[in-house]
Write a protein that binds this ligand. Structure first.
Ligand code: SAJ
Length: 417
C-alpha cells in the first residue's frame, strides 16, 4: 500500500535502463510514472507486461503495476523527481546526438514546481547536464536554477549514470555503487535522497561534469582492454600461436589481467561511449580512438578466419553459432556476431545454418540471404564447418566429439580442449 507521503517519480524513457529503474523505484515505495514516446511501450507497461527481455523484470513489473505503484503514459506528469533515461546515439562522424535528452528536458519543463529534482541518467558527453539546466531555465524563467557549487535553487539538476550489466540489471541497480554529480552541492544532495531509497551500494557525490566523464571513462576502459585482447589475437594468429594459451599464462602474473578476444565489441554502450570522449578531444584521445578501430576491425578478421575454415569443409552446409552481442542474452543490437553472420550469408547464401537459442526467427536483415535458423543439434549433425561467434552456455556444453570432424573457427576460444 502506497503512503500518501510517497515521493512521486517520473521516469522518462522506458527502455533497458528506464523500465528496470522505474520498477525498482516503485518497489521502494515511491509512486512512479513511466513516460515514453511509444504508445506500444506505454500500453505494454501499463498492462503490467514488458517489451524487453531482462532476468526477472517481467515479474517485478507485473507486481508493481498491479500494486498501483507503477503507471505508464505518453504524457508528462508533475513529480518530485524526474529521471531521464533516453538513448544518446551518435550521428554521422561519431558525433554524440543528445536530441532525445533535449526533447525530454523540454517535456519536463512545463511540469516543474519549486523543490523538484531533475536527474539525467543517459550516457552523455561532458556538459550535457548543463545543457539540460539551460533548456529548463530558458523555458521556466519563473524558477531559479543552479549555476555554481554553492547555489541553492528552486530546481535541482544532477547527473547519475547507470552502470548495470545487461542480464543482471535488477541486481546491479541495487548493489552497485553510484556516482552522483550535482551542478551544485545542493543538487547532488537532493539526488542522493532519491538514490538512497533503493541503492545499497555506496553513493559517491561529485560534480555533474565529473560524473559524465566517469561514465564515459568506465566504458572506454573496458573497450581499450578488450582491444588489447583482440589485437593480441590478431598478432598471435600471424605468429601461429594460441592466443588463449598466451593470455591464460600471462594472467598468472599477479598484476596482469587480460580480457578475452572475440569477433568484436557489441552492445549499445562500449562500442559507442568511447566516441563521445574522442569527439570532445580528437587530438589527444589517440589510444581510445585506436581501441575502437581495433575492435571494429575484428569483424573482418573473423570473417577471413571463418572463410579459411569453411573452404576446408567443401560444399557442405555451414553452422554459424550465435548472433547475440554477448553470452546468454537475446540482445542482437550492435552485435559483431550479426555482422559476421551477414557477411558469411552474403557469400554462402543458403549454405548458412544459424543457431541462436535466444530468438525464434532471424532478424529482417537476413531476409533475402538464404540463411536459415536451425537448432544446435540440426546444425552440428548436418554441417561440414562451424563458426562459433558467441560463448553461450549451450555452446560451451557441446561435447567436443561432436565438433571433432568439423572445420571450426572458434572466435571465443571455448572449444580449445
Ligand atoms: N567482450 C569481449 N571480451 C571480453 C569482455 C567483453 O569481447 O573479455 C565483448 C562482449 O562480447 C560484448 C562487449 O564486449 O560484445 C560488451 O560486453 P560487456 O559485458 O563488457 O558490457 P555491456 O555492454 O553488456 O555493459 C557495459 C558495462 N560496462 C563496463 O563493464 C565498464 C556495464 O556495466 C554498463 O552499465 C554498460 O556497458 C552501459 O550501459 O554502459
Amino acid at each position: 500500500m502506497l503512503s500518501d507521503t510517497a515521493p512521486t517519480v517520473a521516469v522518462i524513457g522506458l527502455g533497458y535502463i528506464g523500465l528496470p529503474t522505474a520498477a525498482v523505484v516503485a518497489r521502494s515505495g515511491a509512486r512512479v510514472r513511466g513516460v515514453d514516446v511509444s504508445a506500444h511501450v506505454v500500453d505494454t507497461v501499463a498492462a503490467g507486461k514488458v517489451h524487453i527481455e531482462e532476468n526477472d523484470l517481467d515479474a517485478l513489473v507485473q507486481q508493481v503495476v498491479s500494486a498501483g505503484a507503477l503507471t505508464a503514459s505518453l504524457d508528462m506528469p508533475h513529480a518530485d523527481y524526474f529521471v531521464i533515461a533516453v538513448p544518446t546515439p551518435f550521428k554521422e562522424g561519431f558525433a554524440p546526438d543528445i536530441a532525445y535528452v533535449e526533447a525530454a528536458a523540454r517535456a519536463v519543463a512545463p511540469m516543474l514546481e519549486v523543490g523538484n529534482t531533475v536527474i539525467l541518467e543517459s550516457t552523455s558527453p561532458v556538459g550535457t547536464t548543463e545543457v539540460i539546466r539551460d533548456i529548463l531555465a530558458q523555458l521556466r524563467p519563473d524558477l531559479s536554477f543552479p549555476h555554481c557549487p554553492a547555489d541553492v535553487a528552486d530546481i535541482a539538476v544532477a547527473y547519475c549514470p547507470e552502470r548495470v550489466l545487461p542480464g543482471r540489471i535488477l541486481e546491479e541497480l541495487v548493489s552497485n555503487d553510484r556516482c552522483i554529480g550535482g551542478i551544485s552541492d545542493a543538487c547532488a544532495a537532493r539526488a542522493l535522497g532519491f538514490y538512497q531509497r533503493f541503492v545499497q551500494g555506496d553513493c559517491l557525490l561529485t560534480t555533474a561534469r565529473t560524473a559524465e566523464m566517469v561514465k564515459l571513462v568506465e566504458n572506454a576502459f573496458r573497450d581499450v582492454n578488450i582491444a588489447f585482447a583482440n589485437e593480441l589475437s590478431v598478432i598471435s594468429h600471424g605468429l601461429d600461436l594460441d592466443v588463449w594459451e598466451v593470455i591464460r599464462l600471462a594472467n598468472r602474473h599477479p598484476r596482469v589481467n587480460i580480457l578475452q578476444p572475440g569477433p568484436g565489441v557489441g552492445g549499445h554502450c562500449i562500442a559507442v561511449d568511447p566516441w563521445f570522449i574522442v569527439h570532445s578531444d580528437p587530438q589527444n584521445a589517440r589510444l581510445i580512438r585506436t581501441a575502437r578501430e581495433v575492435n571494429d576491425d575484428k569483424i573482418d578478421f573473423t570473417v577471413a578466419r571463418a572463410v579459411e575454415q569453411i573452404e576446408l569443409g567443401g560444399d557442405a552446409p555451414i553452422a554459424v553459432l550465435g548472433l547475440a552481442f554477448k553470452p546468454n542474452i537475446d540482445d542482437l543490437r550492435s552485435s559483431p556476431a550479426v555482422e559476421v553472420a551477414l557477411k558469411l550469408a552474403a557469400r554462402y547464401g543458403e549454405r548458412i545454418r544459424i543457431v541462436e537459442p535466444y530468438i525464434e526467427s532471424l532478424p529482417a536483415a537476413f531476409a533475402d540471404s538464404g540463411a536459415t535458423l536451425v537448432s544446435l543439434d540440426t546444425a552440428l549433425d548436418s554441417c561440414g564447418s562451424a563458426i562459433l561467434l558467441v560463448d553461450h552456455d549451450a555452446f560451451k556444453a557441446v561435447d567436443r566429439s561432436r565438433v571433432a570432424s568439423l572445420a571450426v573457427h572458434d572466435s571465443r576460444g571455448i572449444w580449445r580442449n
